[in-house]
Design a protein around this ligand. Structure first.
Ligand code: NAD
Length: 556
């Protein structure tokens, strides 16, 4: 494969319907999901193969993309494709229950695992940044993250405002693939949202997709809309064009203070993900090419300003949290010693869910039929025990538009996940849906990520940087018969800061698929619970008991 990803204006869209393009659904599934990742409704910059999260790509370049597609179409039921950082490298003979695709993205030997080394290797055409779900072909657009974002805001409201966010507003920045879920998640959780974004087209895209209510041309106009929302009790989400650091400082200076503060620019990538203050977009794109070092330094200086502003909000008593983009680390690199004084969203709001074994469950209709998701959601309402599931589905159906192949996601405990997977497989078997369904999850999960500034921040036993868990998670998915499995470095927070794994299973309605789903979903949740029980969390130990899981025997 050639080194650079040359822009390509082809429009990629996954095939729909029940006709195979590959030889079986086990290769058709990853094929359609790869294509769906690059659907213009789903990807942020499909012409560059960039799916989301700064430069998170689906394939290393267009030649690699074409070779992956033609290989998947030709593969047999006992073959497995190996993908190294977005490049197909070979097909090996395995067996029917083995994964059809194994993917490793952005992994570097620990001592070399820095952004600088990665950037050099990427320039030479040897690597690709896979983010989390981009390079593992399981991204479904902002609809994939909105459930988690909603749960985070609801928990923040519960902890700080007695569970009632009415009349309150959240200040954030970044309306990209992930960050774009924030405005709608905030409004669904009951608060208004002001999101600062440098790119006008991203604001338009979120308005068109139903994720953002409106845009404001000036901070004054935005604050006036927020004041109205506070008065009427009707939450609103507003996109404001500007640089986050500058706008955060201006809001502090005005003294019209928000009730929650965070940020979801792509700060993990100081070269491609965060625009320095005072720079236009054109200037940023030019200088990134001509002066990478200067661009990185300027981005980190601006992040330092933004984090100082966030610390000032905190000093005024406002809850502030890092939303998983490593902005605290970047600011500390630029001299803000106190950057980690505010917490990350996982340690502040999500960890208890992890201890209960709650992990994302994402399902995608390969038929392309919205009705398949509506009918399957209705079926899952009768199966999933979690009492909040039905409410979430009702809200999602009212507010969340499909992007690309129709899909939904929700965080579920072990038994709900297994039961849901089996129920979907039954629906495929009985022909109630038009084609097989993909069952997968985000890489953000309890047992599949080591990320000391995010998922594993502040672990009870100090095991934040232990990366064995995601490795075990990926190996578990392989041993359990997932259809494809991926192991990545650097997702969310940047190269060297995280290690994580993902999987997907094709539910094709067969008894074999049912066996795989039971093993893969149950074992994935089990690793999640073991990880937290092993770290000493009481709630995880209780989950081990409740779910009847087998921890290794303790020495007597
Ligand atoms: P993206 O690249 O699609 O979008 C980032 C957006 O930030 C862009 O629209 C960009 O214009 C804007 N931006 C950059 N600098 C700015 C500045 N100074 N002021 C205002 N706007 C600015 O990225 P994404 O997919 O939305 O992801 C955002 C971040 O969240 C990434 O760091 C990603 O790794 C991280 N992430 C979060 C989660 C989560 O659950 N919270 C999950 C995965 C990744």
């Amino acid at each position: 494969c050639v080194s650079a990803a040359t822009p390509n204006r082809r429009i990629i869209r996954a095939p729909r319907g029940a006709t195979l393009n590959a030889r079986s659904w086990h290769t058709e599934g990853p094929l359609r999901m790869l294509m769906n990742n690059l659907d213009p409704e789903v990807a942020e910059r499909p012409e560059d193969l960039v799916v989301y999260g700064g430069r998170g790509r689906a394939a290393r370049n267009w030649e690699c993309y074409d070779r992956i597609v033609s290989t998947l179409k030709a593969m047999d039921q006992d073959e497995t494709l190996l993908v190294q950082s977005g490049k197909p490298v070979g097909v090996i003979r395995t067996h029917a229950d083995a994964p059809r695709v194994l993917i490793a993205n952005s992994n570097l030997v620990s001592r070399w695992a820095t952004q600088e080394v990665f950037d050099e290797l990427e320039r030479k055409g040897l690597m690709m940044y896979g983010q989390m779900t981009a390079g593992s072909w399981t991204y479904i657009g902002s609809q994939g993250i909105i459930g988690g974002t909603f749960e985070t805001f609801v928990e923040a409201g519960r902890q700080h405002y007695g569970g009632d966010l009415a009349g309150r507003w959240l200040l954030t920045a970044g309306l990209g693939g992930m960050g774009g879920a924030q405005p709608l998640a905030g409004v669904m959780a009951g608060c208004s949202v002001l999101a600062v974004e440098m790119r006008a087209e991203r604001i338009e895209r979120r308005i068109q997709g139903g994720y953002l209510d409106c845009k404001a041309e000036t901070l004054d106009a935005a604050l006036a809309l927020l004041a109205t929302a506070r008065r009427t009790g009707e939450p609103v989400s507003i996109g404001l064009i500007g640089n986050a650091a500058e706008v955060y400082e201006q809001i502090l200076a005005r003294g019209t203070l928000p009730d929650l503060v965070t940020d979801q620019t792509a700060a993990h990538d100081p070269l491609f993900g965060y625009i320095p203050a005072g720079w236009s977009l054109d200037e940023w794109e030019r200088r990134r090419e001509s002066d990478a070092e200067g661009t990185i330094a300027a981005a980190k200086q601006t992040m330092a300003r933004q984090v100082r502003a966030m610390l000032d909000f905190r000093a005024r008593g406002i809850p502030v949290f890092d939303y998983g983009n490593n902005i605290r680390q970047m600011a500390r690199d630029a001299g803000v010693e106190a950057a980690f004084d505010f917490p990350g969203f996982i340690s502040a709001y999500v960890r208890p869910q992890f201890c209960r074994g709650r992990t994302q469950f994402r399902w995608i209709a390969l038929s392309g039929e919205p009705n398949d998701i509506l009918h399957s959601s209705a079926r899952l309402k009768t199966i999933v025990q979690d009492p909040s599931f039905g409410r979430w589905i009702d809200m999602a159906e009212k507010r969340i538009q499909f992007q690309g192949l129709p899909s939904r996601s929700y965080w579920m405990g072990l038994q709900d996940r297994v039961a849901a997977g089996l129920a979907l497989n039954d629906m495929v078997a009985s022909g109630e849906v038009g084609a097989p369904i993909i069952v997968t999850r985000d890489h953000i999960s309890s047992g599949s990520v080591a990320s000391p500034n995010r998922e594993s921040e502040g672990m009870l036993d100090g095991s934040d940087a232990v990366a064995d868990w995601p490795m075990l998670n990926a190996l578990t998915a392989c041993a359990s018969g997932a259809t494809w499995v991926s192991l990545h470095n650097g997702g969310g927070v940047g190269i060297g800061y995280s290690q994580h794994a993902g999987f997907a299973v094709v539910a094709d309605g067969t008894p074999d698929a049912a066996r795989r789903l039971r093993r893969v979903l149950g074992n994935d949740s089990a690793v999640a619970v073991f990880r937290h029980a092993d770290a000493g969390y009481e709630e995880a130990l209780a989950t081990v008991e409740r779910e009847g899981l087998t921890m290794a025997a303790r020495s007597s």
